[in-house]
Design a protein around this ligand. Structure first.
Ligand SMILES: Cc1cc2nc3c(=O)[nH]c(=O)nc-3n(C[C@H](O)[C@H](O)[C@H](O)COP(=O)(O)OP(=O)(O)OC[C@H]3O[C@@H](n4cnc5c(N)ncnc54)[C@H](O)[C@@H]3O)c2cc1C
Length: 289
């Protein structure tokens, strides 16, 4: 299908982008990589008459690594993450997850801010942000605010972002040494959105007991989730196949799992349990230096 007629605006600053959003209201949409918005406009799943391209807004395309963690500007592309040699050490899950996103051509243009704002519950980055306790920096006409990722995703494709706000960056907390981590997802074909996915990391105390376990899930519910029940199961226990299997089985039991044309909820729940277990086993074998 062809695109509807569109006016194309190119603000040169964040303030100008926000002012344009204010001025044009529901007629306007921000454009970042265009990898979700353009197909949606073409298929008439979204509508607008004005595109506000963030391409010329300075400072949004930086990856910043400090002792306070990793900050991804909203126009950082998947390929920037893939090619950044620092990230496998300072945020290894990000480097692992990005390889599962779409295909090379899409990773060349798709961005952090677009993925967060789009809010697809099967997307890798929103899930990683929730699992890691990341925060999203947002700018609007009343200044800046910062929101935990866990509070940002409300329903499929619906977030806490106001129509006149712009996502500026995503901040991941520091990643300690000797942390164990795993990432598993299942999709029908490589590059497709995940039917289910699991993100796992934990630390171990001096007696080798698991502390601060984090388990995230995506592709299974209306938003990305933390699997609190599974985390409780692991806490204080020694890493091992029996506790991993139990945590995976119990952790998904009470999750409100959605059904769609690809899988009913029973299948998807069983799939998630398998992926959580595999991610835990992977984590036990994979520890950051
Ligand atoms: C065939 C195909 C397969 C895909 N597979 C996957 C996959 O497996 N996993 C995955 O995660 N994604 C997948 N995607 C989506 C892809 O990763 C997109 O890049 C991603 O959704 C972000 O899109 P974008 O950066 O291109 O943003 P755009 O398409 O430009 O924008 C998306 C939405 O975000 C809004 N927006 C953009 N930037 C901002 C901002 N800074 N502040 C506020 N609002 C903003 C836009 O107005 C729009 O509503 C796939 C896409 C396609 C076409």
């Amino acid at each position: 299908m062809k695109f509807p007629p569109l006016r194309y605006l190119t603000p040169q600053s964040l303030d100008e982008a926000i002012a344009l959003l204010e001025q044009h209201g529901a007629d306007a949409k921000l454009l970042s990589g265009g990898q979700s918005l353009m197909p949606m406009l073409a298929f008439r799943l979204a509508s607008c008459s004005i595109l506000i391209d963030l391409k010329f807004v300075p400072g949004l395309d930086r990856i910043t690594v400090t002792d306070r963690g990793v900050e991804l500007g909203s126009r950082v592309r998947w390929r920037d993450i893939e090619h950044d040699v620092r990230l496998p050490t300072v945020q290894p899950l990000l480097s692992m997850a990005v390889k599962h996103i779409a295909h090379y051509a899409i990773r060349n243009r798709g961005t952090v801010g677009g993925s967060l704002a789009h809010g697809d519950p099967a997307s890798e980055l929103p899930a990683l942000a929730v699992a890691c306790g990341a925060t999203i920096a947002i700018a609007g006409p009343n200044g800046r605010r910062s929101l935990p990722a866990e509070e940002f995703f409300l329903f499929p494709l619906i977030t806490a972002l106001e129509p006149n706000e712009v996502i500026v960056s995503l901040h991941f907390p520091p990643w300690p040494k000797a942390r164990s981590f795993g990432f598993q997802e299942f999709s029908r074909r490589r590059g497709d959105f995940a039917m289910a996915g699991a993100i796992v990391f934990f630390d171990q105390d001096k007696d080798q007991n698991i502390c601060s376990p984090h388990i995230g899930a995506f592709g299974i519910a209306d938003t990305p989730l933390r699997l609190g029940e599974a985390e409780k199961f692991l806490l204080g226990n020694r890493a091992g196949s029996r506790i991993f299997e139990e945590a995976a089985a119990h952790g998904v039991r009470n999750v409100d799992v959605r059904a769609d044309i690809h899988a009913d909820s029973d299948y998807r729940r069983a799939l998630l349990a398998t992926l959580v277990n595999r991610a835990l086993v992977e984590a036990a074998q994979r520890t950051s230096p």
